[in-house]
Design a binder for this molecule. Structure first.
Ligand SMILES: CC(C)(COP(=O)(O)OP(=O)(O)OC[C@H]1O[C@@H](n2cnc3c(N)ncnc32)[C@H](O)[C@@H]1OP(=O)(O)O)[C@@H](O)C(=O)NCCC(=O)NCCS
Length: 439
């Protein structure tokens, strides 16, 4: 395990502290400050540069919806913005139909000219302080690379898979008992989708543990990215909504067709961003997508690891998993509060020793009791059952990976017999956590 006993680079206190140069690195000090409204263009520029994207002025319109000056931290060099990290509150679906508010991190970028000089670490210090000061129990992010955020106590709590299926192999079994006939699919214009999906999402997002709320800025980004992807493929973006007897939207999907006439006949690729909603609505939407004309291959960009589509097919092996990767990362700021907010399977008691090298005061010994229909978690002193890092706690928090697997990977230590089995029987959750809302 990496030794973080020195803690993070601690900038001096004050609104615009310099990042102290370490004697070894002799790096220049960069000022840290909160962004104001006039910084939006610079933030987009520095993040675009960091990701190697062209600067797209349309992004200003998209991102000014989320840009919350007080929640965005900047690093500057001689007034020029060279690093950014933005915070935003998002609601997270927890096991048991519950939810909590997390402190999301996005728009993280450091100018390529200023990388590896401690700027991200300093921005993270401010971001974490702010989330904790707001009384939020946990932090949330999507990582560009999975090697970056473990050192800050974030663990991969959801995973996703990308699937591919040849249209020829897409026959559904005929003994499936879901009531697809009661559900209808309608195509929405983009204006209709913009007007109707946000309300629908508020009803649907708790269907899946690990899913997030979608404030205006997330929707703006969702449409922007999808429209860009479709435009790159010279295709139109379609939004199909599923409802039962013409009532409320119970599920939806977004897709576009990449044309392919190379062999003289149509073998288009149907690019599906996500299929979300209630189980019957998702079933109906899959049936709809699988029978679209002109399609050679169905490519699903993000779906759960335990996607039921596999079990609907006559020939399940034909659904190829193209890729699996980490999705939403979770970092606990307040262990007793976060652990008491989710539901558990069955009843039991477990004492966790959480080591948090970055924020030692967040770690400690915690007793979780789930009994008589209630859940309680408090700091305690008895002998722990299990030892784990803050990063591992973030990974197991939503029940997507077991304590046992992380123990087998050398990331959790069992200190009392049967403790892993007890923790797994409380924490593991099905269906697997999944987050289609990338922010
Ligand atoms: C990733 C990025 C923000 C890092 O910024 P930075 O200022 O160079 O990072 P720091 O110098 O503060 O590094 C902090 C720590 O993270 C590590 N780190 C930084 N970038 C890393 C990467 N891409 N992969 C693995 N480790 C990384 C550093 O080695 C350092 O480790 P240590 O302090 O534990 O020894 C920057 O390189 C960047 O903008 N990259 C492209 C865009 C991107 O990936 N953004 C993140 C979006 S989630």
């Amino acid at each position: 395990m990496k030794d973080h006993s020195q803690g993070p680079t601690q900038p001096p206190t004050g609104e615009s502290p310099g990042i102290a140069p370490s004697a070894a690195e002799k790096r220049p000090p960069y000022a840290l400050r909160r962004a104001d409204q006039s910084d939006l263009g610079d933030v987009i520029r520095v993040v675009s540069e960091a990701f190697g994207h062209p600067y797209d002025p349309k992004l200003v319109e998209v991102y000014e919806k989320m840009f919350s000056p007080g929640a965005t931290w900047l690093a500057t060099d001689d007034e020029a913005v060279v690093g950014s990290a933005a915070g935003a509150e998002l609601r997270l679906a927890l096991p048991g139909g519950r939810e909590t508010t997390g402190w999301g991190l996005t728009w993280v970028g450091v100018a390529p000219t200023h990388r590896r000089q401690g700027i991200l670490r300093s921005l993270m210090t401010r971001h974490l302080e702010q989330g904790r000061a707001q009384g939020l129990p946990l932090g949330l992010l999507f990582a560009a690379e999975s090697s970056i955020y473990g050192r800050f106590g974030y663990g991969a709590a959801t995973h996703y898979a990308s699937y591919e299926l040849s249209r020829r192999d897409a026959d559904l079994r005929d003994d499936l008992s879901l009531p697809a006939a009661d559900y209808r699919v309608d195509l929405l214009s983009l204006d209709q989708a913009r007007a109707r999906l946000p309300d629908a999402w508020e009803r649907l997002r708790l269907e899946r543990v690990g899913e997030l709320s979608r404030p205006d800025w997330v929707w703006a980004d969702w449409f922007f990215e999808l429209e860009q992807d479709a435009a790159r493929a010279n295709a139109a973006l379609f939004i199909a909504a599923c409802s039962s007897h013409g009532k409320c939207i119970e599920g939806f999907t977004a897709y576009y067709l990449e044309e392919n006439w190379e062999r003289g006949y149509p073998e288009h690729t149907l690019q599906v961003r996500e299929v979300v909603g209630s189980p019957p609505a998702r079933f109906r939407l899959w049936s709809y997508l699988l029978q679209l004309d002109l399609v050679g291959t169905l490519a699903v960009q993000s779906a759960p690891l335990d996607e039921p589509l596999r079990w609907m097919l006559r020939d399940p092996r034909r659904l190829r998993t193209k890729r699996t990767a980490d999705g939403l990362y979770v970092r606990l700021f307040d262990v007793p509060k976060a652990l008491a907010q989710r539901a558990y399977r069955g009843e039991g008691r477990i004492v966790l020793e959480v080591e948090d090298p970055l924020l030692p005061e967040v770690g400690g010994l915690f007793e979780l009791r789930v009994e008589n229909g209630g859940t309680e978690c408090r700091r305690t002193s008895p002998e722990p059952d299990l030892w784990l890092s803050a990063e591992a706690l973030g990974a197991v928090y939503l029940g997507g990976v077991s304590f046992s697997v992380l123990a087998q990977a050398g990331r959790i230590r069992e200190l009392r017999p049967q403790a892993l089995a007890r923790a797994d029987s409380l924490f593991l959750w099905s269906p697997a956590p999944w987050c289609a809302t990338v922010f």
